[in-house]
Write a protein that binds this ligand. Structure first.
Ligand SMILES: [Zn+2]
Length: 394
């Protein structure tokens, strides 16, 4: 009897733009341990919070739309808290636990203290402070403009440096999730809409509007659970690539209209804590940010030091720092796609190294950076961690 030889299944590796490609750019080795390890699931603070705040904003939009919660501000205890707990439950079921001191997961007073300051739950910890500010700041302006939320966008690209018998596949998939704002909703918006105001005074957006051939257009939106990156930072550039690539993915959906700009919301800018303010002070001193403070804000930031209370910065300044409008253009779209091809090429070669018997630490690149390494669970056995908290032998 002869056995038929079954060919290997045809699998196209699928990459999420934020969950895989941007995570890999933050640090390859961390990405590897995070995604493909059999270690207990845990998550660096920024990744957990990024997922959390994204979920909270989506759920808040649904409440606004379906349950008619049109009046802002929303109350934390009676309105926002339930949204937070729902998102926490969902993340927990995927094995994602909140890092210590970031989020209180108790519904009410309990005999357990957990990692909270006392047993008087619920506590409004950092993640909750940020969720409240995000909803109450942008909700009233953003939600009325959303035409379609949580739109899944997906595309396929040729595998870079494809080699038959070596590469895993001749194509790779790339995907993301966006909210879409439509020209129709923008035209209906009230004059006091802050997002409309920012778009109207953006010269590139205006120019694109004038040259538009169709009578419809779109703006795509994504949320970032982090500060606005400094001008010289890799994240600044990576987020630009991300938004260009989203525009490309969106353009392939038949129901889409031309995407004029993308908007990123850097939600941590709405409530800065000590580490954030340290970073902002450095950026202001070095002129390393595109949104500089003036007057009282500038003075408060430069005079502040970690022994003092966090100063309250003006609302217009916080708004401006938390919104980033990125114009789309064909040249940028093409080069951004090429950048992500390179990232996929890197990841795929690391996988091939590992499959061929190389140890993990030799197969994946690292990208030591203080903030990333401090929040990383793998620093104790990372060969190049920036963090000093190394494992010491007793
Ligand atoms: Zn608590």
């Amino acid at each position: 009897m002869t056995l038929s030889v079954r060919s290997k299944p045809y699998i196209i590796p699928e990459y999420s733009l934020t969950g895989d490609l941007l995570a890999y750019l933050t640090c390859g080795l961390q990405y590897r341990y995070q995604n493909k390890a059999t270690l207990p699931p845990s998550m660096p603070i920024q990744l957990w919070f990024g997922d959390f705040i994204h979920g909270v904003m989506e759920e808040a939009f649904l409440k606004w739309k379906d349950e008619d919660w049109k009046e802002f501000p929303w109350d934390w205890k009676t309105q926002i808290r339930d949204i937070e707990l729902l998102i926490h439950k969902r993340m927990e079921s995927r094995g994602l636990q909140p890092p210590a001191n970031l989020f209180c997961s108790y519904k009410e007073e309990s005999e357990h203290q957990g990692l909270c300051p006392d047993k008087e739950h619920p506590h409004k910890l950092v993640a909750s402070v940020r969720a409240e500010h995000s909803i109450n700041t942008w909700g009233p302006h953003l939600f009325p403009l959303v035409d379609d939320n949580e739109v899944r966008i997906k595309g396929i690209r040729e595998m870079p440096h494809y080699q038959k018998g070596v590469s895993r596949s001749n194509y790779y998939g790339i995907n993301g999730i966006i909210d879409v704002l439509s020209s129709v909703k923008l035209e209906e918006a009230s004059e006091n809409n802050l997002i409309l105001k920012y778009l109207n005074r953006d010269p590139v957006f205006q120019e694109k509007l004038e040259n538009l051939e169709s009578d419809r257009y779109e703006v795509i939106v994504d949320y970032k659970g982090m500060m606005r990156p400094s001008l010289g930072s890799p994240s600044w550039k990576h987020h630009h690539w991300q938004v260009q690539t989203y525009a490309w993915l969106r353009s392939m959906q038949p129901e889409s209209n031309p995407v004029l700009v993308g908007i990123l919301f850097y939600l941590n800018e709405l409530s800065l804590f000590q580490e954030d303010l340290k970073e902002l002070k450095r950026e202001v001193k070095d002129h390393d940010t595109d949104i500089m403070p003036d007057g009282g804000d500038r003075e408060s930031i430069l005079k502040w030091n970690p022994s003092k209370k966090i100063p309250s910065l003006s609302q217009p300044f916080r708004h401006l720092r938390s919104i980033r409008i990125i114009p789309m253009d064909p040249v940028s779209i093409k080069s951004s796609l090429e950048e992500f091809d390179k990232v996929v090429d890197d990841i795929e070669s690391s996988i091939i190294h590992e499959v061929n018997g190389q140890v993990i630490q030799n197969s994946w690149k690292t990208n030591p950076d203080k903030r990333t390494c401090d929040a990383c669970d793998y620093k104790t056995f990372c060969p190049s961690s920036y963090s000093k908290k190394k494992l010491t032998v007793p």
